[in-house]
Ligand binder design. Structure first.
Ligand SMILES: Cc1ncc(COP(=O)(O)O)c(C=O)c1O
Length: 458
């Protein structure tokens, strides 16, 4: 059998990358800095010290192209990395497409997604600086379980504020977090000022990532030896995820392949950036000007396709610095779609800038068409994927069908960011024809956009 005929492509453990790729080194113009909401001035690195450890703040602002992955982190990565790159031969056949479809399968990690790539790094750097407890938010529970897993490995305590809609839909993720020794609290909660304020206005609030972030930050800054950990959006999180794209590049090189188009779903942007940035580097440097990269989001929370590119808070209560990003307004509470991890009002500033500058495209999909694509994928490839991941699969299926119509033999690559073993209730509702198709509520977005901070409103 020749390499081209294989189904999956595996790297040796020793080929695990030794450096993360920092796209800030290759941006044509620098990223707009985070601003202090009170003064409108750029935030100083030391202002972030109550929230993050020094080493992660340094990574956040670094312009070094390559950042070393500590050996202790690589040792943990070896539990599941390098992850396999699959050629989706059966999906190609099912779609009768001449396209060659590849996917990076991140569902093999112990928590089942790409999230531990950064969770392990963050737990490690916090542990090195003497932090004893991490707080965080989680949507679908993928991030929370990843951080619970990572903090367990490095002997830290962990408190997780889980968006209530997901907490109720996905009890098994909570149990997973508890098995790994973390405490999991439905958000909004009566534990924090931010949570109490929301509950006073709406006792049945389904929660949002923005609210849960407020709670987790408040918990961190009001307790000793406690820091906050974010699962997406920030530069250092995207940096850690580039291990995915760096491996994929090596795996495709083995086959003498290079993608024409790369897809990933987007909640805050970390799995998308993780796969795409090492390839977009070639577009930025002019080596691959024709490369397309498409981010895939829900129509229920259409940040990149319908949001405004401006400075806004990262959380609902307004505790974070202002970040320049596409936003639906920090008070926007999206409908409770099953892709809980894609219900965030903003997106990573790095991803937003590259989108604004025309290097990355965006597409948005309805919940039912996304599950239908997941069903097509699962019936061909076998793996049951997370509803978040299915957004990328919907785009891949559409592109493969276009190739069938035009006869183009495109190389398609996507990030298969996680498995859906804890999302079976959502699949049951889909199979029973009971999933609603939410589109974003125009009026609610308009209301939320009005609340974007005025000092820098463009
Ligand atoms: C499996 C999976 N994919 C994607 C996402 C979206 O997050 P991000 O855009 O940061 O990759 C999540 C978030 O929870 C997730 O669980």
């Amino acid at each position: 059998m020749t390499r081209m005929e294989q189904t999956k492509f595996i790297l040796d453990e020793e080929e695990l990358p030794k450096y993360w790729y920092n796209i800030q080194a290759d941006l044509p113009t620098p990223l707009d800095p985070p601003l202090n909401p009170a003064t409108g001035e750029p935030v100083k690195p030391e202002d972030l010290l109550p929230v993050f450890p020094k080493s992660l703040i340094e990574q956040e602002i670094s312009r070094e192209r390559w950042i070393p992955i500590p050996e202790e982190v690589r040792e943990v990565y070896r539990l599941w990395r390098p992850t396999p790159l699959y050629r989706a031969r059966r999906l190609e056949k099912a779609l009768k497409t001449p396209a060659r479809i590849y996917y990076k399968w991140e569902g093999v990690s112990p928590p089942g997604s790409h999230k531990p790539n950064t969770a392990v790094a963050q737990a490690y750097f916090n542990m090195k600086e003497g932090v004893e407890r991490l707080t965080t938010e989680t949507g679908a529970g993928q991030w929370g379980s990843a951080l619970a897993f990572a903090t367990m490995l490095f002997g830290l305590k962990c408190t997780i504020y889980m968006v209530r809609a997901s907490y109720e839909q996905k009890p098994y993720r909570r149990i997973l977090m508890e098995i790994w020794g973390a405490e999991c609290i439905p958000s909004p909660s009566p534990r924090t000022n931010s949570g109490r304020k929301v509950l006073e206005q709406d006792p049945n609030c389904p929660g949002s990532l923005g609210i849960a972030i407020s709670e987790a930050i408040e918990d961190a800054v009001t307790h000793e030896n406690t820091k906050y950990s974010l699962g997406s959006v920030l530069n250092h999180v995207l940096l850690h995820q580039t291990v995915v794209g760096l491996e994929a590049k090596k795996q495709l090189e083995m086959l003498d392949e290079y993608p024409d188009v790369v897809f990933g779903c987007v909640g805050g942007g970390s799995n998308f950036a993780g796969l795409v940035f090492p390839f977009i580097a070639d577009k930025l440097t002019g080596k691959r000007p024709g490369l397309r990269a498409v981010s895939c989001e829900p129509k229920a929370c259409p940040t990149l396709t319908k949001g405004v590119y401006t400075y806004d808070f990262g959380d609902t209560a307004g505790l974070t610095p202002l970040l320049k990003m596409y936003t639906l307004g920090h008070t926007f509470v999206p409908p409770p779609i099953h892709a809980g991890g894609l219900r965030y009002h903003g997106d990573a500033p790095l991803l937003c800038k590259l989108t604004k500058d025309g290097y990355i495209e965006a597409a948005a999909y309805y919940q039912n068409e996304v599950f239908e694509a997941a069903r097509i994928f699962t019936m061909a490839e076998g793996f049951v994927i997370a509803p978040e991941t299915a957004h990328a699969v919907k785009a891949v299926v559409d592109e493969a069908i276009r190739c069938r119509q035009t006869g183009e033999e495109k190389v398609i690559l996507f990030n298969c960011s996680g498995h859906g073993h804890f999302d079976l209730q959502a699949y049951a509702e889909f199979l029973a024809g009971k999933l609603p198709n939410y589109e974003y509520p125009e009026e609610k977005i308009k209301e939320a956009l009005e609340k974007i901070p005025k000092i820098v409103k463009k």
